[in-house]
Design a protein around this ligand. Sequence first.
Ligand code: SF4
Length: 98
Amino acid sequence: MTSLPTELSTVLGADGEDGSDWMLEARCLDADPEAFFPEKGGSTREAKRICAACPVRDDCLQYALENDERFGIWGGLSERERRRAKRVGPARVRRLSA
Ligand code: SF4
């Protein structure tokens, strides 16, 4: 599993040639990675607060859903919320988790 925030563009090669240029606008690039990958039972509040103001939140969530990212906060949703988003749609999950 890659760490989305600080290693994002390096690990995933966000050079714009593969549609990953959205990563360069990620609000979490300078954030504490531990906020996005908390220990089991840890708070996701800070990560979700950052995601809420992120201009590429939809791209991020789509990426996570398409790549079956299993860990961490992506697009403002936790692993469990992303599993649910696959079943009922991201908009509904966001409404319920807001
Ligand atoms: S939505 Fe959240 S995890 Fe995704 S790029 Fe933005 S700040 Fe990072």
